[in-house]
Design a protein around this ligand. Structure first.
Ligand code: G3H
Ligand code: 13P
Ligand code: ZN
Length: 311
């Protein structure tokens, strides 16, 4: 099966009231863990690559690893640029075989965001590639850029229709209170998302796929594993899974997960070294890390996103 765009996946997900998992990939073990779980659960997948991942692992290596995953799984897989910030970066990913790109113009003014997004959409659509835009701004860290709580802002539902019509985007990321990284909500407070904004967006864009960034649950088991094996993470609070289930049953068709992969990998490797302090064969510690990613992703696909059996 060749790489696919997310068009068909989103259509089925919207109608079926579930969401597709968009998992960030940086190396072979992460790709293997994710795709092995998806194969066993027969789930469609979006593998997304940030510009940092592309710098770290190299575009060609990542593409070839993903091609290998397609051969091994025969699943519908979409390769997506996560948080593209320039036309040139999006173009380079499109020319290099990605089937989907995000142009994140959320840091610009409304008009500048529209102009930049429109430019990417024109090039992408000419090449059979789909585009995710973003309106509203998430708090947190992406590629070393930290967006403070004061600079974060919810999506204004009154703007979404005009944005989608004028840009021609295929999906839209909105800000309803999630944020990137492991520290999403203040310790001692109850996590809350603005489902009223999501409902309003859904009303104004019926049938249109919405994307939720910053959607890791920050699984406590892995934070604890890190902290009991030499780590020192402060209270880390993620998006409760019941909220993700609710979003998936609504217009949200793509749910982005990166931090949970990082926590699963790091927690498992820390535990391995605590228990095997003399080991130095990377295969010995990467093997359980890959297995932990696989089980965590299986849990997301089956218990949270509901996309198992939908490939
Ligand atoms: O939204 C950001 C993703 O978690 C990617 O993070 O830019 O550090 O690769 P990164
Ligand atoms: P998390 O940091 O919650 O995993 O979010 C990842 C993300 O939104 C990637 O674009
Ligand atoms: Zn994101």
């Amino acid at each position: 099966m060749p790489l696919v765009t997310s068009t068909e996946m989103f259509k089925k997900a919207y109608e079926g009231g579930y969401a597709i998992g968009a998992f960030n990939v940086n190396n072979m073990e992460i790709i293997q863990g994710i795709t092995e779980a998806a194969k066993e659960e027969n789930a469609p997948l979006i593998l997304q690559v940030s510009s940092g991942a592309r710098k770290y692992a190299n575009h060609t290596y990542l593409m070839k690893l993903i091609e290998a995953a397609i051969i091994e799984t025969d699943l519908p897989i979409c390769v997506h640029l996560d948080h593209g910030d320039t036309f040139e970066l999006c173009k380079s990913c499109i020319d290099g075989g990605f089937t989907s790109v995000m142009i994140d113009g959320s840091h610009h003014s409304f008009e500048e965001n529209i102009a930049l997004t429109r430019q990417v959409v024109e090039y992408a659509h000419d090449h059979g590639v789909v585009v995710e835009g973003e309106l509203g701004r998430l708090e947190g860290v992406e590629d070393d850029v930290k967006v403070s709580a004061e600079d974060a802002s919810y999506t204004n539902p009154a703007q979404v229709q005009e944005f989608v019509e004028r840009t021609g985007v295929d999906s839209l990321a909105i800000a309803i209170g999630t944020s990137h990284g492991a520290y999403k909500f203040k310790p001692g407070t109850k996590p809350q998302l603005r489902f009223d904004i999501l409902e309003e967006v859904e009303k104004r864009l019926p049938g249109f796929p919405i994307v939720l960034h910053g959607a890791s649950s920050v699984i406590p088991e892995f934070v604890q594993m890190i902290n009991t094996h030499g780590g020192n993470m402060p209270d880390a609070i993620g998006v409760p899974e019941d909220m993700l289930r609710r979003a998936a049953s609504m217009a949200v068709c793509k749910i982005n997960i990166d931090s949970d992969l990082r926590l699963a990998m790091t927690g498992t490797i820390r535990k391995y070294f605590a228990e095997h302090p003399a080991d130095f064969d990377p295969r010995q510690y990467l093997k359980p890390a890959r297995a932990a990613i696989k089980e965590m992703v299986r849990h997301k696909l089956v218990d949270v996103l509901g996309c198992n059996g939908k490939a």
